[in-house]
Design a protein around this ligand. Structure first.
Ligand code: ADP
Ligand code: MG
Length: 277
């Protein structure tokens, strides 16, 4: 009997892909200590797309650095598939705001790097074909032999997305990946990421300070205030979402308004003034 109980415990899987449990983090130097995050709790289901929305300096990038494993929490823990993370891992791919491509590698070379990092046992030809498929999936086949210096900002971020996908990790972490890209291209990239993440069933944490971007992409939007989670909002629209079809609808405007109020911390003021949310 005891053995059976043991097995049951073994096969019991975590309900969540990603768990953030009471996580706090301080930046410490010789003279000072700054509490950047305090008591963060968040559970993310397999295949869920989470957007973290918050103004500059509220701790979004810090949270992503903890999820990626580049920094370690001061207290609390982060679990992937029920196991505590101990540092960076191939189960989590990261895309940063500032292009982090290898300048000495071509577009295809950068994507190949992701494939090699994934640790999959593939022959040279298979690797090359797979890299070309990922390059194609972000619409860059004709630029596959160019170097990063020969690409526009939008193209560089497409390569960063392709390289992250090529890692074939279940989890994708993106820190304001389109922050520096012009609005029209940004829309295209948002739709591309939404489509690819749905296709590949990724669990995604996507950081942004753009309310419309968050509504277009997320299943849930986590609004942060300095160091903390302020509120969490469900986004119930079906995927894939088309911006023109959503914006202007009553549901969209209501959610947009709620998020703006939460973002600027004006919920209390509006309720006091008798404004219906
Ligand atoms: P966000 O990404 O939301 O703009 P960050 O996570 O980058 O915010 O920063 C959160 C807070 O931590 C800010 O007040 C920032 O100044 C501070 N901070 C970020 N990095 C460091 C660091 N290396 N040393 C000290 N303070 C930092
Ligand atoms: Mg940041």
């Amino acid at each position: 009997m005891a053995g059976q109980e043991g097995r049951e415990t073994e096969i019991k899987q975590s309900e969540y892909k990603l768990e953030i449990k009471n996580v706090s983090f301080d930046y410490v130097d010789k003279k000072s200590k700054f509490e950047a995050l305090s008591g963060i709790d968040l559970n993310v289901k397999q295949g869920e797309f989470i957007c973290i929305l918050g103004s500059s300096g509220c701790g979004k990038s810090t949270l992503l650095s903890l999820l990626s494993g580049l920094n370690k929490p001061k207290s609390g823990e982060i679990l992937v598939d029920g196991k505590k993370i101990k540092g960076p891992g191939v189960d989590r791919a990261v895309v940063f705001q500032h292009y982090s491509l290898f300048p000495w590698l071509t577009v295809k070379g950068n994507v190949l790097f992701g494939i090699k990092q994934s640790g999959r046992k593939l022959g040279r030809k298979e690797r090359s074909e797979l890299a070309e498929r990922y390059v194609e999936s972000v619409g860059l086949s004709s630029a596959k032999d160019r170097y990063p210096s020969q690409l526009s900002g939008g193209m560089k971020q497409r390569v960063a997305v392709a390289r992250a996908l090529a890692l074939e990790s279940d989890i994708l972490l993106l820190d304001e990946p389109f922050g520096a890209i012009d609005p029209r291209l940004r829309l295209e990239l948002q739709e591309l990421v939404s489509k690819l993440c749905t296709e590949h069933q990724k669990t995604v944490v996507f950081i942004t300070h753009d309310v419309d971007e968050a509504i277009l992409l997320a299943d849930r939007i986590v609004v942060m205030e300095p160091g903390k989670i302020r509120s969490i909002h469900k986004v119930k629209f079906d995927h894939p979402r088309i911006r023109e079809e959503l914006s202007g609808t009553e549901e969209y405007e209501k959610l947009h308004r709620q998020l703006i109020l939460a973002f600027y911390d004006r919920v209390g003021e509006q309720i006091d003034a008798g404004v219906a949310l």
